[in-house]
Design a protein around this ligand. Sequence first.
Ligand code: HEC
Ligand code: HEC
Ligand code: HEC
Ligand code: HEC
Length: 97
Amino acid sequence: MNAQAADNFTDNRHVKLGISCEMCHGKDNAVPYPTIDQCKNCHDPKQVSEKTKDVKPQNPHMSPHYGNMLDCALCHLQHSPTENYCDQCHKFGFKVP
Ligand code: HEC
Ligand code: HEC
Ligand code: HEC
Ligand code: HEC
């Protein structure tokens, strides 16, 4: 990747916190598309789900379909606008940070 392209990826809240590309993508970009496995190294899905248990109309981190193990980046995309994955089928109106 050239410097210009890399630059576009630094506009990311994690990178701004000083977290390196490697923390999600591994050495030599071994993980081009990070999953919950990488997020879990720093965010415990159980704790995340507990924290949002009172969010209305529904806890975004708990569902009968996926429990608390739905792939984080389906909603919290890291280099593009975030998405409300559930609302393909529901109308929860989540604002995903
Ligand atoms: C190297 C550790 C690390 C990894 C890996 C990591 N995060 Fe984070 N994340 C943090 C820290 C530190 C913060 C800032 C403090 C906080 O809000 O917990 C943060 C903040 C966040 C926030 C913002 C919370 C808010 O209030 O705005 C979200 C959402 C998030 N991370 C999702 C993810 C997702 C999704 C992944 C996997 C693709 C991931 N994180 C991987 C450390 C990490
Ligand atoms: C279905 C979409 C969706 C998925 C999948 C998802 N989140 Fe979230 N996340 C949200 C929404 C919506 C919020 C904001 C909740 C609120 O209104 O407080 C949020 C908030 C957060 C926060 C901030 C919580 C706080 O109050 O400090 C963190 C951290 C976070 N998510 C991490 C994760 C991690 C890690 C995963 C994967 C294990 C994940 N999320 C999966 C939708 C999602
Ligand atoms: C917090 C975890 C995290 C960090 C830190 C991170 N990425 Fe990513 N990256 C992801 C995730 C998740 C995806 C999957 C697509 C998305 O979420 O936008 C991704 C996708 C990508 C892609 C593929 C994009 C595409 O659309 O095919 C590139 C290239 C990339 N990241 C480069 C970087 C670079 C360069 C850095 C450091 C400056 C970086 N990333 C830091 C999580 C991260
Ligand atoms: C592909 C479509 C689809 C997606 C995506 C989806 N759901 Fe559902 N969900 C359904 C269907 C269909 C039902 C109804 C099942 C039934 O009534 O037996 C349902 C039922 C539910 C219920 C039971 C209560 C109710 O409202 O009927 C909850 C809670 C729920 N989903 C939460 C979620 C959450 C949270 C997400 C995102 C993390 C999500 N769903 C993503 C299709 C989906």
